[in-house]
Design a protein around this ligand. Structure first.
Ligand SMILES: C[S@@+](CC[C@H](N)C(=O)[O-])C[C@H]1O[C@@H](n2cnc3c(N)ncnc32)[C@H](O)[C@@H]1O
Length: 283
């Protein structure tokens, strides 16, 4: 049996308009609704408790191992170009994940002949614990860097929260902050807004153990469009071309103008679908 629901329960809970024409109707099964309720309980509990011990720092692995020749060669290039060694700061998983995001940014900009942005304000929307803040920092060399996530206090088995992890990741980065907010309600003009794998379909929301109340892509993209400065750029990365097409339709409906797209055929860390990068503007 399937129940019909509007794309976001948040539309109901946040008193947002149910007649938002940019929000398509989704059908949620009873199981999905049950999971959403369950995740919602934990979400509200953690946001209510706001558990925090102290900034959590990963133990650096020092040296990455077990990589293929092409991965080592590419990492060497990135280290030389950006003067960065993620393995001196993080464990192996986070270090390789950071090289993967930096590789994508570097190749995407080079392959599309985009001018570099430096000294500007950058906001990353849906940054999780902002484990890739250092990547954004070395790539954009921003005036300010802000990571925003609606979920700030998820508790990890280590006893630290997402907030603690985020504060560990940004500790050494100048002019960098982590904001626990629903971006749909954030008012902050920014030159560059980035979003890595934003939710544009409901299933990943549940897979991330979040309630469907946080699923509101139309509102999110409208807010991104509204917060961009006149010459500003929205840079988005989606999982595969199908998801990228869905995300693109939300962007267009939010009034964003498509500039370019680039598909990463061979990411440093394999993914089930190739990452698709795209650039958007309001002018
Ligand atoms: C698929 S995850 C991607 C996380 C991160 N960008 C990465 O690449 O690892 C999507 C993230 O967006 C966050 N999110 C979803 N809706 C949001 C909103 N309205 N405002 C801020 N963050 C949001 C979720 O909490 C989650 O951390």
């Amino acid at each position: 049996m399937e129940l019909h629901a509007k794309a976001s329960e948040s539309a109901i809970e946040n008193n947002a308009t149910l007649s938002d024409p940019a929000t398509p109707v989704h059908r949620y099964s009873l199981i999905q609704r049950g999971r959403s309720l369950y995740h919602g309980l934990w979400f509200r509990l953690s946001e209510g408790l706001r558990w925090s011990r102290r900034p959590y720092h990963e133990t650096p692995i020092g040296c990455l191992s077990g990589l293929a020749h092409w991965q080592v060669a590419r990492i060497d290039e990135l280290q030389a170009r950006y003067d960065v060694r993620f393995e001196s700061h993080y464990g192996g998983h986070t270090a390789l994940a950071n090289y993967t995001y930096l590789d994508l940014l570097d190749q995407a900009w080079v392959c599309t002949n985009r001018p570099a942005f430096h000294g500007i304000a950058v906001t990353d929307v849906g940054c999780a614990n902002f484990w890739y803040a250092r990547t954004l920092h070395v790539f954009f060399r921003p005036r300010t860097l802000t990571g925003v996530d609606v979920e700030g206090f998820r508790l990890y088995p280590s006893g630290y929260s997402r907030y603690d992890a985020a504060h560990g990741y940004i500790a050494e980065l100048p002019r960098t902050s982590f904001l626990v907010e629903n971006y749909c309600e954030v008012e902050r003009r920014t030159d560059v807004i980035t979003a890595w794998f934003p939710f544009v379909t409901p299933s990943p929301v549940l897979a991330w153990r979040l309630p469907l109340t946080v699923f509101s892509p139309a509102r999110l993209l409208h807010r991104i469009a509204r917060n961009l400065t006149s010459q500003g750029i929205f840079f988005m990365v989606n999982q595969g071309t199908e998801e990228a097409a869905i995300a693109a339709s939300y962007c267009r409906r939010a009034g964003l103008r498509f500039m370019d797209q680039w598909i990463h055929a061979r990411p440093l860390r394999a993914r089930p679908h190739p990452p698709v990068a795209s650039w958007w503007t309001t002018t």
